[in-house]
Design a protein around this ligand. Structure first.
Ligand SMILES: NC(=O)c1ccc[n+]([C@@H]2O[C@H](COP(=O)([O-])OP(=O)(O)OC[C@H]3O[C@@H](n4cnc5c(N)ncnc54)[C@H](O)[C@@H]3O)[C@@H](O)[C@H]2O)c1
Length: 437
């Protein structure tokens, strides 16, 4: 792909559309408003806090990312969303129990005004949930057209110049790619025929992409990871990315595993278990939704460790992932990892990680960065899969026949080099021979 030409400026308001107004969405929106009011700091956000080195180390040029690339500003963000429950963002955030009531009070008028639009929903795909705030339509295609109308109404009412959609809805049951996902025409026919392989999240993806709105997928569902939507993304010149926000245990895995591999330490097994008690945990208690999550979580180690290249070190790994719904914990998940590694002469060692994490606190800055980077990509004319945003995902989407890059540090290098490339700066290879010439 050629280097983008001129990046159009981030003028006007940027609308953020969130299918699913639960723990992650409301923590994200409340957080943006708290930061805008100067009452909190955007910790965890690369777009807000990160810097980027340019040129040689001796040049001492390390601007903030948000000053280096023409990103949208927090003040320009406006929010909308859909949910199967009628609760406005303040009520939903209070129920999610992530942020303290004291923090929520500070942004109550702002959150209370964000009411969800009716959802396109079907219990077949999220068995543990049932809500009444849902659209009616004669088939799935009709529901998708209604979502398109919602998008256009939001665009007009909020007078936004650009939009981005981020799926923050529940994890749906496991669906394999099928023939109906292969082309845009077959996809439309399947929507009209109410085909079971068309999940509600795909209706939002189709509506968004065909409305020219970039789409990020925060859950492990297939959603935009199918040829039909990817082809539409190219035709409509829309940027897409996914899947499944990289938070908690998988974040730890993609930090630790590259380290073991870098030092050629072997791995015999990695047992991961979680307890969590939020609505996401309840949804994942259903075997269908868990299967979708499990596939997403299991992939990372295999790709990082490359057992085909290192059969002696990584050829026989016992990798298990468990998620247990345990209501008393709420959103404050606990993730245990028992890691059996081996070193020199095969001598075994163990590492235990006990991460008392706050899921949505880790996910909210990811949503913010994805909104701002996808909007940037869109203005730069970058369309289709945005692999440079793999940094944010458990199962990064890639071009067909390409294996995904899971190593967090390679992902970050790729992200920053993409920003340098977009702005016409030299890429950083870390060779550094010139300092010794
Ligand atoms: N919290 C994290 O750290 C994290 C990390 C990775 C991925 N995720 C994924 O992000 C998603 C959101 O997580 P959460 O903790 O906010 O969950 P949540 O259960 O609090 O919120 C999800 C919301 O989506 C709504 N919903 C479900 N189906 C819908 C549909 N078809 N249309 C509109 N709304 C719908 C639900 O009613 C719920 O309010 C989940 O899929 C989760 O697996 C979260």
């Amino acid at each position: 792909m050629e280097k983008p030409g001129k990046i159009s400026p981030a003028k006007g308001k940027l609308g953020v559309l969130l299918p699913g107004m639960g723990a992650v969405s409301t923590t994200f929106m409340a957080g943006v408003e708290l930061v805008r009011k100067g009452k909190a700091q955007p910790v965890g956000s690369l777009t807000q806090l990160g810097t980027i080195r340019l040129g040689k180390r001796t040049e001492a040029r390390s601007p903030q990312i948000k000053k280096f690339v023409p990103l949208g500003e927090l003040k320009d963000l406006v929010f909308g969303g859909w949910d199967i429950f009628k609760d406005n963002a303040y009520q939903a955030a209070s129920k999610a129990g992530v942020l303290s009531l004291q923090d929520l009070q500070k942004v109550k008028p702002f959150l209370s005004k964000i009411a969800p639009m009716k959802a396109a929903f079907d219990r077949e795909y999220v068995k543990k949930l049932d809500g009444s705030h849902v659209k009616k339509g004669k088939n799935k295609y009709d529901l998708a057209l209604q979502i398109k109308e919602d998008i256009e109404k939001f665009r007009k009412a909020q007078r936004v110049s650009r939009l981005v959609t981020v799926w923050c809805g529940s994890t749906e049951v496991f669906i394999r790619p099928e023939e109906v996902h292969s082309t845009p025409t077959k996809f439309v026919e399947a929507m009209k025929a109410n085909h079971p392989a068309i999940a509600p999240s795909m209706l939002y993806a189709w509506a968004s992409v065909t409305s020219g709105v970039p789409f990020a997928n925060g859950a492990p569902n297939l959603t935009v990871d199918i040829p039909a939507i990817q082809q539409l993304a190219l035709e409509h010149e829309v940027a897409v990315c996914g899947k499944d926000f990289k938070t908690g245990q998988t974040l730890m895995k993609t930090i630790l595993a590259p380290g073991f591999k870098a030092r050629m330490l072997g791995l015999a097994g990695w047992y991961s278990t979680n307890i969590l008690g939020n609505r996401d945990g309840e949804v994942l208690d259903d075997p269908g939704s868990f299967k979708t999550k499990e596939e997403s979580k299991l992939g990372a180690l295999e790709y990082i460790l490359q057992p085909q290249l290192y059969p002696m070190l990584y050829g026989k790994i016992h990798h298990k992932v468990r998620i247990n719904y345990y209501p008393p914990r709420g959103d404050n998940k606990e993730g245990w990892d028992n890691i059996d590694i081996f070193g020199w002469l095969g001598y075994p060692m163990q590492i235990k990680v006990d991460f008392l994490c706050r899921d949505s606190i880790l996910a909210a800055p990811i949503v913010l960065d994805l909104v701002l980077f996808l909007d940037l990509a869109q203005r730069a004319g970058m369309r289709g899969i945005q692999e440079w945003l793999s940094f944010y995902f458990k199962s990064p989407m890639t071009a067909p026949n390409l294996y995904p890059e899971h190593d967090l540090f390679i992902q970050l290098m790729k992200l920053k080099n993409t920003l340098r490339w977009m702005m016409g700066e030299g890429l950083i290879t870390h060779l550094g021979q010139e300092y010794y010439d």
